[in-house]
Design a protein around this ligand. Structure first.
Ligand code: ATP
Length: 284
């Protein structure tokens, strides 16, 4: 039971199919991350070193967090999340010990994923009051990530003798950032974050794909043209398009409610005292 602490399982969370305009990225991730996580014995047998750390960068709202969750859901492996700003500010007792403890759990339950959101928040190169603490955290993180190389070569994690499993102790660290340049250089070396994927602002075609995903469960008018909206929204990232779709859905709902209210009042001689909203109505 202790090993399951801190695991975020999202049975109904995002899958790759929920992400639009990312086909090429998903194809790469399938080869380099998803299959090695599901079958860690494959790279081991071939003597290939799998990706140790994956750095996802791109503007806010372009889908970094969603993509990390989707990788966890596609592989079904345990997912441990660290919020870098919380670690640095010491919120909820987060500290070097917490990082170490979390990685221990991750190695014990390997193959698994450690996700570090806003990883640029821990950068030892900055000159400020927190510098000392940040450097210690970066050092701790590097020590934890370097454990990977000892583990991946062996058939089990040596952090916990009880968990002598047959599968190699593959723990991949996924970092997300809006500011890749602010990420500590020591973390961006090969063997740590050795794979970087830039998500960027989606182009027109990608926006159309995202809109298609976001509206797949919505009832749209027959004439609805996603192309037109994709063309009219340059600069919009996934989160902006989601907000747009949500807004459109709410407007449609409001329009229907207004119509029903007017209809009810017409049928009841303009009497607005009745609780019209509780009356049964035809939901078609
Ligand atoms: P931040 O840097 O602010 O943390 P982020 O890059 O991690 O942002 P997410 O939180 O993953 O972005 O995305 C925000 C919302 O936008 C999510 O709810 C997601 O549903 C939607 N979204 C983003 N990109 C896509 C996409 N490519 N396809 C479908 N939905 C998307």
């Amino acid at each position: 039971a202790a090993a399951s602490e801190g695991i975020v399982r999202r049975e109904k969370g995002p899958r790759f199919a929920d992400l639009g305009g990312m086909e090429a990225v998903i194809e790469e991730l399938m080869m380099e991350v998803v299959v090695p996580l599901c079958h860690p014995e494959l790279p081991q047998r071939l003597g290939v070193r799998p990706v140790a750390g994956l750095l996802l960068h791109g503007p806010p709202g372009c889908g970094k967090t969603t993509l990390a969750h989707a990788i966890a859901n596609e592989t079904g492996v345990p997912f441990y999340k660290i919020s870098a700003p919380e670690v640095v500010s010491g919120v909820s007792g987060a500290s070097e010990e917490n990082i170490r403890g979390l990685f221990q759990k991750a190695y014990r339950t390997a193959p698994s994923i450690v996700f570090i959101d806003e990883i640029d928040a821990i950068a030892s190169k900055r000159e400020n009051l927190q510098r000392e603490m940040e450097r210690r955290i970066v050092t701790q993180l590097m020590t934890c990530m370097d454990q990977f190389h000892q583990n991946i070569g062996s058939s089990s994690s040596d952090l916990d003798a009880e968990s002598a499993e047959k599968k190699p102790g593959y723990v991949i660290v996924i970092g997300a950032t809006n500011r890749p340049d602010a990420v500590d250089q020591a973390l961006r070396r090969p063997g740590r974050f050795d794979r970087e994927i830039s998500l960027g602002v989606p182009d027109e075609n990608a926006r159309k794909q995202i809109l298609k995903m976001l509206t797949q469960n919505l009832r749209l008018e027959g004439e609805f043209d996603l192309f037109k909206i994709a063309r009219a929204t340059p600069g919009f990232v996934g989160a902006d398009l989601k907000a747009l779709v949500d807004k459109a859905g709410n407007l449609a709902m409001k329009r229907i409610i207004d119509e029903r209210r007017a209809q009810y009042r017409r049928n009841h001689d303009g009497n607005s005292k009745h609780d019209w909203w509780r009356q049964p109505w035809d939901a078609s």
